[in-house]
Design a protein around this ligand. Sequence first.
Ligand SMILES: Cc1ncc(COP(=O)(O)O)c(C=O)c1O
Length: 379
Amino acid sequence: MSTTEVRQAVQPDVGPAYIRAIAPYQAGKPIEELAREFGLDPATIVKLASNENPLGMPVSAQAAIGKAVAGLGRYPDPNGFDLKAALSSRYGVPADWITLGNGSNDLLELASLALLSPGASSVYSRYAFMVYRLATQARGARHIVVPAADYGHDLDAMFNAIDADTRLVFIANPNNPTGTFLAADQIARFLERVHVQYGDRVVVMLDEAYNEYLDPELRFDSARWVEQYPNLIVSRTFSKAYGLAGLRVGYALAQPALTDLLNRVRQPFNVNTLAQVAAIAALADQPFLEQSYQLNRAGKQQLVQAFNDLGLRYVPSYANFVLVHVGDAARINLALLRKGVIVRPVAGDGLPEWLRVSIGLESENQRFIQALQQVLAGE
Ligand SMILES: Cc1ncc(COP(=O)(O)O)c(C=O)c1O
């Protein structure tokens, strides 16, 4: 037997109070965990909880990974030269305008690390992506949470909420968990107002994780805004429509001064080798992206039709999930779990009567719809 004395590792009052105040991020429940908890066969479980691509990873990216595996004894390229070159030609911006992240979540953290500190504040909307709150809290900065309009961002109110200590404004477009969308002219007007009024002092982080799911007529080229506004960061991800959530890779576009700032707080090897090669392959795989978009569009119709039939209210979605009003969401969620269907409760986002349902394959959506019908009928 070891004679080493086991000491309590961390005293509860160690570290800044603002860190201890953080409520950890609640991720979607993994399939294996539900299988263990309820004694279910993992193969029968449907997970529509984390806004992942139901098509999985593109074959093109799998092939790229296969080729790169033998080189994993070495560190990744710390500057992501090839991936930045691919992104640079896609968006028509120089490579030194691009920052790579371990998922776009990393970029939100980097922006908060570079720009926020105790004594500063960030502005974000109620019901906006939860990481804005976490990233602000982790820097000890002040939160300015702006009331939502129809579950989406109220940009006029957000502009008016900017304070003397504000350094960062987060905007999710489309937003998670509500799926709401701001049209290009609304964003353009906001960016112009912020820059005219505050210059470079207030940075806007435009988080476009779900951009590729927008209908073509709603899409806009946000890289052109980055050229116009030195106080803008646009972030995107390979986790959603590109199907690489498990690899963790995202990117930000910003002018060189801001990009340089993000790079100062970035871990040198924050994006691993497999993620870099897979992202290059996925970026070039237009057919997969189109298939993902079409599948999502059809699946959204399928869910919305079912919600209409069931008389359930939902927020019209521009992303790969739908927020639906079910009343006692905790109870309904538990009943769905017992039937092997994992969706996302959003009480932690201040929406205790709602569930967020990711759009899956047609058969998965059908499983969910059937389970929901049964649960609502008390079965
Ligand atoms: C609005 C939004 N931004 C960013 C992210 C981060 O995703 P990732 O880190 O996988 O790129 C998510 C993930 O769900 C999201 O919903």
